[in-house]
Design a protein around this ligand. Structure first.
Ligand SMILES: NC(=O)c1ccc[n+]([C@@H]2O[C@H](COP(=O)([O-])OP(=O)(O)OC[C@H]3O[C@@H](n4cnc5c(N)ncnc54)[C@H](OP(=O)(O)O)[C@@H]3O)[C@@H](O)[C@H]2O)c1
Length: 180
């Protein structure tokens, strides 16, 4: 089952200068907790933000460059479809395969996705990478975490899980971890 996970600002910014334009440690912990143990698929630019494997997960970077050589422990695929096939070959449990960015892969994967984890960062941010809104009509949604701004977080944020029925796959969202 394909899942998306991303954080966007209120004006739909997700990136600036090849990086995520905020530092929200508890939001990153949410990302880590949600994706841990699962395959993660990312575009080449998203991968190059960290240039190493995110531990505890099968990392697959998608690029059209046939000679691309990522860091040890990171696999390469040349299409989204082959990345998904590789992830499902490694994880045959029907659990989520996460697409973690960027824009083109999110948009392509959305059509097949049963679950979307969307964090809204409550700020308007100037960047260079924007993810247009998805149409979630017909999906169910569940707020899983609301976090205030504090001394470690410049902005408040809210993480919501959206799910829909897709064929025989049973999508699901976790219960809220806490709501402030
Ligand atoms: N806030 C968030 O949650 C979040 C999440 C992810 C990323 N980001 C940010 O977004 C920015 C990067 O995103 P982006 O959209 O610019 O780039 P991206 O999707 O990470 O990378 C684009 C590259 O991926 C490869 N690619 C994408 N789709 C492909 C396909 N269908 N087949 C083959 N290759 C494909 C191509 O690589 P080649 O050019 O090598 O062929 C393409 O140039 C960064 O600032 C990053 O920090 C933010």
């Amino acid at each position: 089952m394909l899942a998306l996970i991303y954080a966007r600002s209120e004006n739909h910014c997700i990136g600036k200068d090849g990086r995520i334009p905020w530092r929200l440690p508890d939001e990153f912990a949410h990302f880590k907790r949600t994706t841990m143990g699962r395959p993660i698929i990312m575009g080449r630019k998203t991968y190059e933000d960290h240039q190493s494997a995110l531990p505890g997960r099968l990392n697959i970077v998608v690029t059209r460059d046939r000679g691309y050589q990522p860091a040890e422990g990171v696999e390469v695929a040349h299409t989204l479809e082959s990345a998904i096939a590789r992830a499902e070959q490694q994880h045959r449990d029907g659990g989520p395969v996460f697409v973690i960015g960027g824009v083109g892969l999110f948009q392509r994967a959305f059509e097949q996705a049963g679950t979307v984890y969307e964090t809204v960062v409550h700020a308007s941010i100037d960047g260079d990478t924007y993810l247009p809104p998805f149409d979630f009509s017909g999906w169910t949604s569940n707020v899983i975490e609301s976090h205030p701004a504090d001394d470690r977080h410049a902005f408040a944020w809210t993480a919501t899980c959206f799910a829909r029925e897709l064929g025989s796959a049973t999508p699901g969202c976790p219960e809220p971890s806490h709501t402030d």
